[in-house]
Write a protein that binds this ligand. Structure first.
Ligand code: ADP
Length: 276
């Protein structure tokens, strides 16, 4: 059977745990044909690991998108977009494509940096990306921004945020409690417009988890391309990333990436589901 084709519109993380590198590795682990349209290049200072982000000229993104769309991706994912202009281009790319699925990972900060990439981006994501998203995968912080509720600290607050984000057009919403929500377990909330479902695994070490968010959203994208329902796609993606986190490794004194291939090569992890 022909491979399904997956496209990420994202930045390059030179250290390769996150960004388009995480997406490509994850697409490959799911046996899809992964492609990239690059938005920016992130390099790190070896002494301090401070991030240096260089955006690519918009004309270069346009050319890449033209190439990628001509290859007809089945599913498209967004990662770090960085500017309102690029957010608009990513939305247009999905509309211009024949892709059936659009997964929006609403990246707002570059991990390791505290500064929100650009506050105007949140408005652009709400206006341009949410209305066409098949699945949106905010973490707690991003869900607080996309819903306008600010800091979220409980499952009840996550439910309210998911409802608002769904009302803003996203068909399926996963709010990742992840390591930020207190407790022994890593809890995400999935909402399909009708039912709220908690997805839970053990909480594993959080020191070497660089790239967890990208890996999760890329797994959702590949699962959708491969024909899983959004619900199955999200549950399987959580199992995939849980294994990747559990088997994360120390790269240097600053960072440790997830192990993208751990689900297929090391161990499978069960995800508990519960309606709330
Ligand atoms: P990060 O905060 O590293 O960006 P996310 O919040 O994007 O991670 O989470 C990505 C996925 O990984 C979610 O499904 C989340 O629940 C899961 N996750 C995050 N941290 C852990 C952990 N320490 N143990 C198990 N799963 C985790």
């Amino acid at each position: 059977m022909a491979l399904k084709k997956t496209l990420t519109i994202a930045g390059s993380d030179t250290s390769a745990g996150a960004g388009m590198q995480a997406d490509l590795k994850t697409f490959q682990e799911h046996n899809t044909y992964g492609m990239v349209a690059l938005t920016a290049v992130v390099a790190m200072d070896p002494e301090t690991w401070s991030h240096d982000v260089t955006a690519l000229p918009i004309e270069l993104l346009d050319k890449q998108l033209k190439t990628a769309l001509s290859i007809k991706p089945d599913a498209i994912k967004t990662g770090m977009l960085g500017t309102e202009e690029i957010i608009g281009r990513a939305a247009q790319a999905f509309k211009d494509s024949d892709a059936e699925y659009f997964v929006v990972d609403p990246v707002m900060v570059c991990k390791g940096e505290d500064e929100v990439l650009n506050p105007g981006n949140t408005e652009a994501m709400i206006k341009e990306l949410l209305p066409i998203a098949t699945v949106v995968t905010p973490n707690l912080f991003e869900a607080g921004q996309l819903s306008g509720l600010g800091r979220l600290t409980s499952v009840e607050a996550m439910k309210t945020a998911a409802q608002i984000i769904h009302d803003r057009g996203a068909q399926h919403v996963v709010i990742k409690g992840g390591k930020a929500l207190e407790g022994e377990e890593a809890v995400d909330l999935y909402y399909d417009g009708e039912t709220f479902t908690l997805l839970t695994t053990d909480k594993f070490q959080s020191s070497y988890n660089h790239g967890a968010g990208c890996t999760f959203a890329a797994a959702v994208t590949a699962n959708l391309a491969n024909g899983l329902t959004p619900r199955e796609a999200v549950i399987n993606a959580k199992a995939f990333v849980a294994s990747a986190i559990k088997n994360g490794w120390k790269m240097n004194d600053f960072v440790g990436p997830v192990q993208h291939g751990a689900y297929n090569k090391v161990e499978k992890i069960d995800v508990q589901t519960k309606e709330v």
